[in-house]
Write a protein that binds this ligand. Sequence first.
Ligand code: ADP
Length: 492
Amino acid sequence: MYIVQIASECAPAIKAGGLGDVVYGLSQELEQRGHCVELVLPMYDNMRYDHIWGLHEAYRDLWVPWYGGAIHTSIFCGWVHGRLCFFVQPHSADNLFDRGLYYGAPDDWKRFAFFSKAALEFLQQTNKRPDIIHCHDWQTGLVPVLLYEIYKWHGMEYQRVCYTIHNFAHQGVTSAEVLRATGLNNDEYYFAPDRLADNQYPGALNLMKGGIVYANYVNTVSPHHAWEARFSEVGCGLQPTLDTHHYKFGGILNGVDCEFWNPETDRHLLHPYHIATFEHKAKNKFALRERLLLAENQDKPLVCYIGRLDRQKGVHLVHHAIYYSLQRQAQFVLLGSATEAGIHQWFSHEKSHLNENPDCHLELGFNEELAHLIYAGADIIVVPSNYEPCGLTQTIGLRYGTVPVVRGVGGLLNTIFDYDYDEAHLPQERNGFVFYQTDAIALESALGRALDLWFTDREAFTDLAIAGMKYDYSWKTPGSQYEGVYEHIRHK
Ligand code: ADP
């Protein structure tokens, strides 16, 4: 099959979180299965150009219809670690992608509506006719809308769309202006409740809802989160829409890129290891301590958190985990970046006094290389999310023999099985510790059990870490599931 992914991220060139990892990992897996895969991405000024090979201008004169006129746009072409990517660069006074950021501009709706329109215009004008267009999150929710309302009438009637939702919390809720910008000039038609009208805010349009209504298949990134989104407030108001379209809605668990996240070949590690050489993991713990100026003490376990510092991630519990770990004579390392100023200030304040402590280090910011060393050097990783569509840090933790302590929501529930209590899995299949409530005592109940095991029975703790390393959370299974979805919708 010929598959085009239209997305706002592709790791490692453009990565704000798990979406980037998924777009890259899935594309690679689909290619390995013999499909032809191309990606269309925005050309941000702040992307990691050092991860793009052979970047050159491939199409110079693409005119993308926009409001009553058109925007002169160039398409650049390059390879992100082997994946063929086309980058959209508009030449407009708005400087849509020259903002030094991926997301968070006040006119994000305009930036990504333009991107969606330009991506389709590019396919249409260059005679690219993929079997499947796979788009992701609110940023590209307009793609199926535009395809079926406009581009279908311009030679694209056979293209089918798979739409993957990575986070229901951001839906692209905006005004009727987006219709005028993109040429969908019919307010009454699109404001209908069964099309793009937002389910909660009268007078607003919802781009993610448009993606759900118009796509041929819709999924979120784990089976449990699909259930939560449809039946609980985790759907952030889209529950009735998912219910109406339940026949084409499901959950496919994300994979992990097992080449990139491999402690045996990880180029960021001075001391590679695998199951048979698990004892070398301790050398990475030593290196991590040395790098972050932590005390070397073989009698202390090292607990870590890696991820965005965001309400979604349960920041109050992350904060509690730091103090609880220190109180339990463990060390703690945090690597995270906050988008909300209040959360950033909170953790900056914590950092200013905790970094004096030889058992604690908080690193605020995004640092890929340090993330690898932490995954390798830590004994335990905490993921206390409020909600978690899939979550990658717990499965990456498993790959590196770092035992996850997670809250039992979304994809965390589909990937981590409690050491003491999971009755659905045999003892040797259990791989971490799970808690359910959102309070500090719940976190302590699980993190406390993990620390108890480390302190009292190191052999059992190591066996648990090794059991986690044996799990296959690669892209193989999800790759074949997406392939099945594509096969199903392309014949419709
Ligand atoms: P998200 O909700 O952000 O998508 P995921 O768990 O799905 O969360 O994916 C997070 C990805 O981003 C993982 O690959 C993780 O290692 C990486 N990551 C998150 N925060 C940081 C950071 N501050 N520095 C480096 N990598 C990070």
